[in-house]
Design a protein around this ligand. Sequence first.
Ligand code: SAM
Length: 285
Amino acid sequence: MKEGTLYLVPLAIGNPLDISPRAIECLSNVEIILCEDTRTFALNMAKFSLSANLLSYHAHNEAERNPEVLDLLAAGHDLALVSDAGMPVISDPGQSLVRACREARLRVSALPGPNAALTALVASGLDASRFVFEGFIGKRDAELRRRLLELLSEERSMIFYEAPHRLARFYNIAEEVGLGDRLLLAARELTKQYEEYSFLTLKEHLELLEIKEPRGEYVLVLEGLAEYRKRCPEAVRASEANELLERMQAGLESGKPLKEIAKELSQQFNYSKREIYQKLLDISK
Ligand code: SAM
């Protein structure tokens, strides 16, 4: 018997016109649609008179549902996976199912379509040739601080999803770790009636929050170190020199041989082994 296919079908991220004709055709042809919330999906899709059975598939039942879905596919049924908005799998359930299908050699086919991260990135004016998607990072302050500290040296543009009531926390912690002068695009309510973009430094976004309460859905696109270095070479050089100094002092305290410290640090900083060795000698005098 011919096996079925799991179709990954993107829905609109706001403007209902953004769902593609092919996505509608696919949803009309499959027998079963897996969706996060069957009632919301049925309401949103009422005008398309789809005949498929709806099966709930969300963060809390993914693991239990997967074997059942695999059996349905193996028995020849075509299924579609959708999420409440945008691309399934992206900050939404589905990855474990796709993985299970891949491992079972079952067919998976993804349709292209709306996604909030890419929509914001292309509208950001920031480097879109190389970028990283961070999604929702850090529910707890300590976790967010640790991740943002790691991202301080990220060369590429970075994309985040953030809830409006957490924006102030994101900006404050990002400023504390040293990202205050980076450019950031806050893309709000993309494709919807109150769509709005603000392209400012992170510090300026913080000031703006004092006069304007954030509402709606947000994607943040943050300038990476490579672009920031080009825009503000002096600032980057100064902060790198500070960090290097701290690392040299820590190296000296550890009692490691100067040559070893110089070699290690020259691999991480934009200074030669000789330059660092000389600086170490100067400090240790
Ligand atoms: N699967 C979706 C996608 O492909 O973009 C993302 C789902 S995730 C659960 C929801 C988050 O995506 C929101 O909190 C927000 O950060 C972002 N988002 C979704 N739609 C958006 C929109 N219209 N405008 C701005 N951000 C949006």
